[in-house]
Design a protein around this ligand. Structure first.
Ligand SMILES: [Zn+2]
Ligand SMILES: [Zn+2]
Length: 241
């Protein structure tokens, strides 16, 4: 993807509801999952990746269920991951067919911990990698070009970035002009949202029952999205248990 397409993607996404960067990152993941299921499902490389990943992360695994007509493809990919997990157990144990208590031998706890380690994903979730790379690309563009007339205009008219992406945008800001502008725009958008939320809370109060509720009716949901990011836009970013 060259820079010009990122530029126009960002301007277009600012015109849509929600955080523009969440939206673009989610679009990229959707395309990635789609191509996994419909183009690359039978490629040996995909099979090998699924074995090493132990399947996609929790969030992206469940996202696969939203693809219509993909049950067989999902089965093929997860059969490979499941086969790898069973193979790993067999390789780590002396008598695979024996009862669990004997499999782990005399140094039970150590062996169990070592097996847990081997069962960890040996490769990151490809959809999470896609999210990270897309995010970095869009944040870099914004950080470099926030003061560009068209970018600035689109950003001002948008619902603003979510908090995680605003932090990312500040870190990616190239120079004080870009940074200052982003802070000003984002603060104005969030102040307006807070006003809507306050109005909604007032109307929710019993004393105002019956008063018509306007756009502020969804302000609590939009506030969740603006602080946490859009649903599923951050994949499964957790340390291992
Ligand atoms: Zn976001
Ligand atoms: Zn993931």
């Amino acid at each position: 993807m060259d820079r010009s397409s990122v530029y126009f993607d960002l301007i277009e996404a600012f015109g849509q509801p929600g955080c523009a960067i969440c939206r673009l990152a989610l679009r990229d993941v959707q395309r990635h999952l789609d191509s996994l299921l419909y183009e690359y499902v039978n490629e040996p490389e995909t099979n090998d990746t699924f074995r090493r990943m132990r399947g996609l992360c929790n969030a992206h695994s469940w996202q696969l269920r939203t693809f219509r007509g993909s049950v067989l493809s999902i089965s093929i990919l997860y059969e490979a991951a499941l086969d790898e997990v069973i193979r790993t157990i067999d390789q780590a144990t002396v008598i695979p067919s024996s009862r669990l208590g004997r499999l782990l031998g005399a140094s039970g706890e150590m062996s169990a911990a070592a097996l847990a380690e081997r069962l960890e994903p040996q490769a990151p979730c490809t959809a999470c990698t896609m999210l990270d790379e897309g995010e970095a690309r869009y944040l870099r563009l914004l950080g470099d070009h926030a003061a560009d007339r068209r970018v600035e205009h689109a950003y001002r008219a948008s619902e603003g970035l979510c908090l995680p992406h605003f932090r990312g945008a500040l870190r990616a800001a190239n120079g004080s002009e870009n940074a200052g502008l982003m802070i000003m725009i984002q603060r104005a958008i969030w102040s307006k949202l807070k006003g809507e939320l306050n109005l909604f809370m007032d109307k929710y109060d019993a004393r105002h029952a019956g008063e018509p509720v306007g756009d502020e009716g969804t302000s609590w949901q939009r506030t969740i999205a603006r602080l946490a990011g859009e649903w599923n836009a951050f994949g499964q970013r957790r340390e291992k248990k």
